[in-house]
Design a protein around this ligand. Structure first.
Ligand SMILES: [Zn+2]
Ligand SMILES: [Zn+2]
Length: 615
C-alpha cells in the first residue's frame, strides 16, 4: 500500500541511507559498504530491497498476514523492534487506564497462555479465557486495536502413523477436500482416527486475555513446569531455491533455508472450541466500563461475572459460529535432515509400524524409535559442544517417515534438526558442511576426555546400560529419558558411516563399542526374565541366548537386537543359520517361535511376557 511512498523516500534520502550503513557496518564488512547501499537504493529491479520485499509479500508459502511479520519471517528485515515473537496476556486495566500484561515468547505463549491455563502474578491467579488483539489506551479509554484476534489462519493435517505434517490455506484446503484428498493420510494412507487427523483449523493468537478481573487468591506459588509441544517441520517447495543435498558415506543429508517449523498446541487433541464475542468490562475505578470487540473466547469460559467491582458481560457476535482450533507458532529457519541412504536387508529401521504388523515387529520399532531419537540428541549435543553454544539453540523436530529408494519400499525415518533462531543461526548449516568430520569424531573420538571420548570410555561402557547424565540425558529432555539409549544412538550413527554394518546379524559384535557386550547383556536379560516367569530350559545357539518351554520344550523364545529384521531372512549369515535351526526345531515338534528384543526386555519384561510370548 505504501510502496510508492517508500520508494520516494529511498530515492530522496540517499545520504541518510549512506549514514545508516556507515553507522551499522562492522570493520570486517567495510569492503561491502557500497553493496549494502546499492541493495537498499536499488528500487528498479528485484535484486534490491523493494524487489525482495515484494517477492516475500507475494509469497503465499509464508503463512502470516501481517506485512511486518511477513518481512521478518521472509528474512528481509530483522525482528528487532517488531514485537512479533513476544505475545501478551492481558489480565487487567489499571487506574490510569493502562493495560496490565505478562509476556512470553510466541512459542511458549501458545502453551502457557492457552485458554484455561492459569498464571500467577503478584500473588493473584489469572485464568486465560481467550484471545484478543492488543489492548491499548486510546484517548483515555481502554480498547483493543481493530485487528482480528489471530495473525494466522490456516488448516493442518497430521498423521501419527508416519509423522506427516502439512498446512494449507483456506482455498487449498477446500480444493483438496473436494477431491477427497483428506479421507486418509495423503502420505501413508492411514485412516484410523486415533492416528490420522483430518484438517483442523490452525491459528496464531495476536494476544491473550483473562476476564480482566483482579484474579483469585494464590495459595502457593508453584507453577507447573510445562514441556514444550513437539516441533513439526513443513517442507516448502520452491523450484527457484531447491534444497541442497549430499551423500556422506551412507548418510543422505539435506539442508534447506526456506522450510517452516511449527509448534502446535492441540490441547491434547481435544482442541479449543469457541467463537467471537464482544465483552464489556467494568472496574471499581471505572464503573462505566469499556467494550472490547472481536474477542475469541473459549465457549466454556465465556461467562458473565461480577465480583468486588470487577465485572464482565459477554455477548456473542451475531454472525459468529463455533470453531474448533489448534494454536500455532511458526517460523522460517534452516532445517537439516538426515536419513540412511542404504539399509542392509538384515535390518529393519522402520519406527512407524503398522497396526497389522506382527507383535514382535511393533515391539522392535520401539527400539528403532529410540535409536533415531538418541542419535538426534547425540548430534544436538555434539554440535552444541563444538560450537560452544547452548543445546537449546538447536531444536529436534518430530521425526518423519521416508521410503527407501532401493525398490524394496521399506520404511525408514528422517532425523530433523533446526536452528532455534528465526531465519537461522548457521548452526545446522555447520553440521551439514562438516558432517564427515563430525561423524568420524563420533565413531572414533580423538580426545578421551571430551564429551564423545567419555561416552566411548570403558567406565561408561560398564556403568551405563541405556542412558545417563554423562551421555544423553539432560534435565530438558526429561520426556524422552525412558526412550534414550546411547548404544542404539551410536548404532544409528554407525549406519550413517557404513552401509555394510549389519549390527551383529553376521555374528560380528566385538569390533563395535556399542555391540561389544550385547550377547552378555542379552543373556543376562534372558536369565532374569526366565527366573521371573519360572522358565528353566536356558540354552544358546551359536552364542545367541534362547529359552525353550512348553510340552516337550517344543517352543523357543529367541532374544534379538531391535534392529534385526526376522520377517524373511534374505541374507545367509550367522543370524540366518540360527533362525533356520530354530525354525526346524519348532516345526518338528509343532512348537512356536517367540521373538523378544533387548530394548523391551530391558525396560518392561512383564509386558514382553504378556504380549510377545507365543504359547
Ligand atoms: Zn500417514
Ligand atoms: Zn551414559
Amino acid at each position: 500500500m505504501y510502496k510508492r511512498q517508500v520508494i520516494n523516500w529511498i530515492n530522496n534520502n540517499r545520504s541518510k541511507i549512506e549514514n545508516a550503513v556507515d553507522t551499522l557496518i562492522t570493520p570486517q564488512l567495510r569492503s561491502k559498504r557500497d553493496d549494502f547501499i546499492s541493495w537498499v537504493t536499488n528500487t528498479e529491479n528485484e535484486n534490491g530491497l523493494i524487489g525482495k520485499a515484494q517477492n516475500v509479500i507475494d509469497n503465499d508459502e509464508i503463512p502470516v498476514t501481517d506485512i511486518s511479520e511477513k518481512l521478518a519471517e521472509g528474512g528481509i528485515l530483522p525482528m528487532f523492534g517488531m514485537p512479533t515473537t513476544v505475545k501478551n496476556l492481558y489480565h487487567g486495566i489499571n487506574r490510569n487506564i493502562e493495560p496490565l500484561s505478562i509476556d512470553r515468547s510466541q512459542s511458549m505463549a501458545i502453551y502457557e497462555f492457552a485458554p484455561g491455563a492459569q498464571k500467577t502474578k503478584d500473588k493473584a491467579i489469572h485464568q486465560v479465557i481467550g484471545f484478543t488483539s492488543d489492548i491499548i489506551n486510546k484517548n483515555g479509554a481502554a480498547t483493543n486495536i481493530s485487528k482480528p484476534p489471530f495473525s494466522l489462519n490456516r488448516w493442518f493435517v497430521r498423521c501419527r502413523a508416519c509423522g506427516f505434517f502439512e498446512t494449507y490455506s483456506e482455498e487449498k484446503k477446500d480444493e483438496l477436500e473436494s477431491q477427497n484428498q483428506f479421507d486418509s493420510c495423503p502420505f501413508c494412507g492411514e485412516r484410523a482416527t486415533d492416528k490420522y487427523q483430518s484438517p483442523v483449523k490452525l491459528k496464531s493468537p495476536r494476544a491473550y486475555r483473562t476476564d480482566l478481573s483482579s484474579g483469585s487468591d494464590s495459595k502457593d506459588d508453584s507453577e507447573l513446569l510445562l514441556s514444550r509441544p513437539p516441533i513439526f517441520a513443513e517442507k516448502v517447495n520452491d523450484p527457484e531455491n531447491p534444497d541442497l543435498n549430499q551423500l556422506i558415506y551412507n548418510a543422505d543429508l539435506t539442508i534447506s533455508d526456506k522450510d517452516v517449523t511449527w509448534r502446535v498446541n492441540t490441547n491434547s487433541d481435544r482442541y479449543f472450541t469457541g467463537k467471537l464475542y464482544k465483552t464489556k468490562n467494568t472496574f471499581p475505578f471505572n464503573p462505566v466500563g469499556f467494550w472490547f470487540n472481536d474477542q475469541w473466547l473459549l465457549n466454556d469460559l465465556a461467562v458473565n461475572s461480577n465480583e468486588n467491582g470487577y465485572s464482565i458481560l459477554v455477548q456473542p457476535v451475531p454472525t459468529a459460529v463455533d470453531e474448533q482450533i489448534a494454536l500455532a507458532s511458526n517460523k522460517k529457519t534452516e532445517i537439516f535432515r538426515i536419513a540412511p541412504s542404504n539399509v542392509p536387508l538384515e535390518l529393519d529401521l522402520n519406527m512407524f509400524s503398522k497396526e497389522a504388523d506382527l507383535p514382535h515387529i511393533k515391539a522392535q520399532s520401539n527400539g528403532v524409535r529410540s535409536a533415531y531419537y538418541s542419535a538426534a540428541f547425540l548430534l544436538q549435543r555434539i554440535l552444541a559442544d563444538r560450537l560452544d553454544v547452548d543445546p537449546t539453540e538447536i531444536e529436534i523436530a518430530d521425526i518423519a517417515m521416508k521410503l527407501l529408494d532401493d525398490g524394496t519400499d521399506r520404511r525408514i525415518a528422517e532425523i530433523i534438526l533446526t536452528d532455534e533462531l528465526p531465519n537461522g543461526s548457521g548452526f545446522v548449516r555447520y553440521l551439514y558442511n562438516n558432517f564427515q568430520d563430525i561423524l568420524m569424531e563420533t565413531m572414533n573420538p580423538s580426545d578421551a576426555n571430551n564429551y564423545l571420548g567419555k561416552i566411548h570410555s570403558s567406565s561408561h561402557l560398564e556403568k551405563c546400560k541405556d542412558a545417563c547424565y554423562d551421555c544423553l540425558k539432560v534435565y530438558r529432555n526429561m520426556n524422552y529419558h525412558s526412550l534414550l539409549d546411547w548404544r542404539l544412538g551410536l548404532s544409528m550413527m554407525r549406519i550413517f558411516s557404513d552401509a555394510s554394518y549389519v549390527c551383529g546379524a553376521d555374528g560380528n559384535f566385538t569390533p563395535y563399542i556399542e555391540l561389544r557386550d550385547w550377547l552378555v547383556f542379552a543373556t543376562a536379560l534372558r536369565d532374569s526374565f526366565a527366573k521371573s516367569f519360572g522358565l528353566t530350559c536356558l540354552e544358546s545357539i551359536n552364542g545367541l541366548p534362547i529359552i525353550k518351554f512348553g510340552k516337550n520344550q517344543r517352543n523357543i523364545i529367541m532374544i534379538v537386537h531391535p534392529f534385526w529384521d526376522l520377517r524373511n531372512i534374505r541374507e545367509a549369515n550367522w543370524l540366518a543359520e540360527i533362525k533356520v535351526e530354530i525354525d526346524e526345531y519348532t516345526t518338528n515338534r509343532n512348537g512356536k517361535v517367540s521373538i523378544i528384543d533387548t530394548f523391551n526386555l530391558h525396560r518392561r519384561p512383564g509386558w514382553c511376557y504378556e504380549k510377545l510370548v507365543n504359547r
